[in-house]
Ligand binder design. Structure first.
Ligand code: SF4
Ligand code: SF4
Length: 428
């Protein structure tokens, strides 16, 4: 097992200026939303049927196995049925289709007072509201907080992926919700200290947050270096508390939550709304007017791109998330889910790979301390025994090895293939 051997000190061009200071666009009314109700192989019970009327915040589906995750209507209107559409993982998934009546009538929704709620009540509230990590992972938040071992709560406001500015814009726009959400997470975690990690290259936002938390004892805004992948949990925990862990931050007495997740908690406590609306960064070199766009969960990517003036080229690469860790999607029918934070639109370029120079840069920059070039070679040779010794499963798919490679080799793609080979071997 090899973790954190790489230097993790690579500054990459963020292109954040494309959207960092633009107004947040509010999408014109979408006629229909498509709420994803498939969660991997988990059984999800759909609670609505064709022609049912729903309000914003009504539960329309429920996952209730080892995780409890309610899924909510993001608009009011009429349920048209269930439709199979492509999910952001390129697999067909069930989506509940709701015809939007444009009224956004709210269901009766419970709120929560921070002063009156105990730590356990806040964790239950996270569960009731189906709060999931908004940094892209979508993991149920309450699960992390079911512990009495947390000493440091870390709020991840780093946003290290190029192009993405939705967390930063959300924090600027929704300061009260962020303040309340962080304080509630701090109480729920029962930690002694809370650190808000944010890149040093955002001095204006740092000043805003320092002002926001100036009277909150034990909550500190901590600037971190502007390097990639500083927003990866493992990297951030190491930067802030100088500890390494194997699987989960709680092994070193930390909980890490994303900044937008805190905003969503603050919002739910104030007006009862679960995650029914997202701010999504639509950026890249192949979209006409990059912006952050506010839209209901379940809105197709195509609507967001349209709101940003459309594509600049007929041949684009569309990515759900940022260009380093996001996943390519082949159709813009894919919809915004609770965890979606960005759509990156890049002009398609055919890349001619050259021979490996054996320069070792991919090894030097891998934050997981792996040897991507050797993994890549073992994949090409289909040498699974060799792969086993190279620990490809520790790869976090940060994309750094491809980004750094002077020969333009798709090293990350080869490491992904290595992971698939290892998974197949484990099944045998
Ligand atoms: S994508 Fe490449 S650089 Fe990133 S963790 Fe995986 S092997 Fe390392
Ligand atoms: S960075 Fe590219 S060229 Fe250099 S060793 Fe790795 S795969 Fe080879």
């Amino acid at each position: 097992m090899s973790f954190l051997i790489g230097p993790m000190r690579k500054h990459i061009n963020g292109h954040k200026e494309l959207t960092a200071h633009n107004e947040i666009l509010s999408l014109p009314k979408v006629d229909k939303v498509y709420i994803p109700v498939t969660m991997g192989n988990a059984k999800v019970e759909v609670k609505v049927k064709e022609n049912d009327s729903v309000k914003v915040g009504d539960v329309i589906a429920l996952r209730n196995d080892h995780f409890y995750v309610p899924i909510y209507a993001s608009v009011s209107g009429k349920v048209l049925g269930i439709e199979k559409r492509m999910g952001s993982n390129l697999r067909p998934a069930d989506h509940v289709v709701i015809e939007n009546d444009g009224l956004y009538t709210k269901a009766e929704l419970s709120t929560l007072s921070l002063q009156e709620a105990s730590a356990e009540r806040i964790v239950d509230f996270m569960k009731e509201k189906g709060l999931v990590g908004c940094g892209g992972a979508g993991f149920p938040t309450y699960v992390k907080y079911n512990t009495d071992k947390c000493e440091t709560l870390i709020i991840n406001a780093v946003e290290c992926e190029p192009y993405i500015t939705s967390d930063a814009r959300d924090m600027e726009e929704n300061q009260e919700f962020f303040h309340l959400g962080v304080k509630a997470m701090f109480k729920a975690s029962r930690a002694k200290k809370c650190m808000i990690g944010i890149k040093v290259s955002k001095p204006e936002l740092i000043a805003v947050l320092q002002g926001l938390f100036k009277d909150d004892k034990d909550i500190e805004v901590t600037p971190v270096p502007d390097v990639y992948p500083m927003g990866w949990e493992r990297t951030l925990v190491y930067e802030l508390v100088h500890k390494r862990y194997d699987r989960l931050p709680i092994e070193v007495n930390c909980i890490v939550s994303n900044a937008t997740t805190a905003i969503m908690l603050g919002q739910a406590m104030t007006n009862g709304l679960p995650i029914v609306e997202k701010i999504v960064t639509v950026s890249g070199d192949a979209v006409k007017e990059p912006h952050n766009v506010r839209c209901p969960v379940g809105t197709p990517f195509s609507e967001l791109v349209k709101a940003c003036g459309g594509y600049t080229s007929e041949s684009v690469s569309l990515i759900a998330g940022g260009p380093m860790m996001g996943g390519s999607v082949i159709k813009d029918e894919v919809v915004v889910a609770s965890a979606t934070n960005a759509i990156t639109v890049l002009a398609y370029k055919k890349v001619e790979s050259l021979k490996c120079l054996r320069c070792g840069q991919c090894v030097e920059h891998c934050p997981s301390g792996l040897e991507p070039v050797n993994i890549s070679n073992a994949v090409k040779a289909k040498d699974v025994d060799r792969l086993e010794k190279l620990h490809p499963m520790d790869c976090i798919e940060c994309g750094m090895c491809t980004y750094i490679c002077p020969s333009k080799i798709e090293v990350t793609e080869n490491v992904r293939k290595a992971k698939q080979l290892m998974a197949l071997r484990a099944k045998k």
